[in-house]
Ligand binder design. Structure first.
Ligand SMILES: NC(=O)c1ccc[n+]([C@@H]2O[C@H](COP(=O)([O-])OP(=O)(O)OC[C@H]3O[C@@H](n4cnc5c(N)ncnc54)[C@H](OP(=O)(O)O)[C@@H]3O)[C@@H](O)[C@H]2O)c1
Length: 226
């Protein structure tokens, strides 16, 4: 298939591009920084673009978006602005299949596996403070995508961690009980949507059980970078 990957130079995006090439797809990797993009080879086209301005989707059969920005207390507009640009470009080019990454935290709920620390401390704190503007804009993105009349899927991972191995990740409709998602599994889940229509016009949560860090390990890494 001819696949456009937005956010291709990010942690999930790079894995997604590699997995798609390995599976024999033609990939257009979109990044603002093509000079630092580490993947090359047959079947790959690297295109420089700021997706809030322009999205090169001509000839594509599916658009997979892993776009993201770090948490900030300032208003976040990337998700909603890029979605408006993506939808306009897809309509112009008659491309129908769109898969976007959001977050399970857009709909905070009790996580069976999360315990007191996640459910009563971390989740309420993050969604009310540093994550607030991100989740507000993700919810705006989700609303526009659901309203788009395209063949959309919204994929909601939980806390991301790095792993190169794809595992038997878990999918569930709307809400997730898992606390973590590996970037390799998120990429594999996104790629699966390119050829599988089971989740069209649905919101799916994806989580990883195998090899996931503990909450304490994740906190230590976020707080102290180790
Ligand atoms: N971190 C978590 O725990 C967590 C949890 C749930 C969901 N998520 C979501 O999961 C997704 C993937 O996360 P990640 O950490 O793998 O991603 P990431 O490394 O932050 O990569 C995001 C990419 O988006 C691209 N981007 C940002 N603004 C852009 C613009 N205006 N035009 C073009 N590209 C732009 C950047 O690429 P360039 O700089 O190359 O342009 C960047 O490489 C994100 O949507 C994130 O919000 C994260």
């Amino acid at each position: 298939m001819r696949i456009v990957v937005l956010g291709a130079n990010g942690g999930t995006g790079r894995r997604l591009v590699q997995q798609a090439l390995d599976a024999g797809h033609e990939v257009r990797a979109v990044t603002r920084q093509p000079q630092s993009f580490p993947i090359s080879g047959p079947g790959l086209e690297v295109v420089a673009a700021d997706v809030t301005v322009d999205v090169p989707v001509s000839g594509a059969e599916v658009v997979l978006s892993t776009l993201g920005v770090p948490f900030t207390r300032q208003p976040v507009l990337l998700y909603s602005r890029s979605t408006a640009t993506v939808l306009a470009a897809m309509r112009r080019q008659s491309v129908r299949r769109l898969v976007v990454v959001s977050s399970s935290a857009t709909e905070p709920h009790h996580h069976a596996e999360g315990g007191f620390l996640l459910n009563r401390v971390i989740q309420p704190l993050v969604t009310a403070t540093i994550g607030k503007t991100t989740y507000d804009d993700m919810r705006a993105m989700e609303a526009v995508v659901r309203d788009s009349n395209l063949d959309w899927t919204i994929v909601r991972p939980s806390g991301l961690f790095d792993s190169d191995n794809v595992t038997r990740y878990r999918l569930s409709e709307n809400r997730s009980d898992g606390v973590f998602t590996s970037r390799a599994d998120l990429a594999a889940c996104l790629l699966a949507q390119a050829t599988d229509r089971a989740w069209v016009e649905r919101t799916v949560a994806v989580t990883t059980a195998e090899g996931a860090p503990t909450l304490w390990a994740m906190l230590r890494r976020e707080a102290f970078g180790r």
